[in-house]
Design a protein around this ligand. Structure first.
Ligand code: OGA
Ligand code: NI
Length: 359
């Protein structure tokens, strides 16, 4: 990527000072070593006391920040290193090679770079693949169209071990995502597996992000401010850093400190709706850097396409806590967003606020 095209210039309304690290009352760091070696359910039977400390920390982090970091989470650093290596090899390939697996209007999976995507203002290139292959989604965003289709991953020929490494990684992070989901469920006072049925045919995907060095980092963002639309995001970033989270208490952008071998977890819009706003999906963005390229790999944990998302009955009380959202279909929400992202219709993306019940 060369000069910053004016189209990349973000509406960065103001850039308040960035507060880094834990000393600034930073993003909570939670140690999962208690539960990383066994199933949460088994553990919960015998050690409900010990685990309640972790559950409490997770609940507090979801409520106060919408973000937290975890260590000792059970995903081996060996598989993570191999993933980082093949991702780097892939992005180093010539553009023509990468574009052999480029996404299009029909298949949203694969490679794209923002220099060749009209009106996308993010300073990065991306490779997407789903965790279940195939993944079933609605054929169209039209509410009355009940037809579905299968999406298939597009794997590049180079590097040859990329597919195996990523498939192994999928299994490991999927396991962690289910554990986190169960901990979050417990933190809301629900049975650990309360959410699991929603993920039987989950539509989760993994994104490899590559942010090249940017000649004018003050003019562009790697990713502009946004919230994640799914249930939960499990992200690994390298040691370059650049992810910033909007602090709930005062709206300041807080830099998330890279911690080796950790994951950054954030609550997405769906957990906000399920929890009837007890937990909120929080805005975040990525700032780029003029010297160093940066890699990050989010796992977007999303329910099955047919799931109707609405506040959980247990968390709703007609008198005291009425439901704050009308129900919506996850698959239709997802395909509407994908389509408008691809076409860049210039209209506002579909948001959960569109389903908010006015008070
Ligand atoms: C995203 C995202 C953060 C990062 O892709 O939704 O927020 O650090 N990425 O790349
Ligand atoms: Ni995000």
């Amino acid at each position: 990527m060369g000069e910053v095209d004016p189209a990349f210039v973000q509406a960065i309304e103001h850039r308040p000072k960035v507060i880094t690290g834990l000393e600034a009352g930073g993003i909570p760091l939670i140690d999962l070593s208690l539960i990383s070696s066994q199933s949460l359910e088994d553990y919960f039977k015998d050690h409900s006391q010990a685990i309640s400390g972790v559950v409490e920390q997770i609940g507090g982090a979801c409520k106060d920040w919408g973000f937290f970091q975890v260590i000792n989470h059970g995903v081996s650093s060996d598989v993570r290193k191999r993933v980082e290596k093949v991702a780097k090899v892939f992005f180093d390939l010539p553009l023509e090679e990468k574009r052999k697996v480029r996404r299009d209007e029909v298949n949203p999976l694969g490679y794209y770079d923002t220099e060749h995507t009209k009106n996308v203002r993010d300073w990065k290139e991306v490779f997407d693949f789903t965790v279940l292959d195939p993944t079933v989604i609605p054929l169209s965003p039209e509410p009355d169209d009940q037809r579905v289709r299968e999406m298939n991953n597009q794997w590049p020929n180079y590097p040859p071990d990329l597919r195996d490494v990523f498939e192994e990684y999928c299994r490991a992070v999927e396991k962690l995502a289910f554990k986190l989901l169960e901990l979050i469920s417990l933190s809301l006072g629900l049975p650990p597996k309360r959410f699991n049925d929603f993920f039987k045919d989950h539509t989760s995907f993994i994104r490899l992000n590559h942010y090249p060095p940017c000649p004018s980092p003050h003019l562009a963002l790697g990713v502009g401010r946004h919230k994640d639309g799914g249930a939960l995001t499990v992200l690994t970033q390298d040691d370059v850093g650049g992810l910033e989270v909007k602090r709930k208490t005062d709206g300041e952008w807080i830099r998330v400190k890279p911690i080796p071998d950790s994951y950054i977890i954030n609550v997405g819009d769906i957990i906000q709706v399920w929890s009837n706003d007890r937990y909120e999906s929080v805005e975040h963005r990525v700032v780029v850097n003029s010297e160093r390229e940066r890699f990050s790999i989010p796992f977007f944990f999303n329910p099955s396409h047919y799931v109707m998302v609405k506040p959980l009955e247990e968390l709703v009380d007609k008198e005291k806590q009425p439901a704050k959202y009308k129900e919506y279909n996850w698959g239709k929400f997802f395909t509407t967003r994908k389509l408008s992202n691809f076409k860049k219709l210039g209209v506002e993306n579909l948001q959960i606020s569109h389903f908010k019940i006015s008070e």
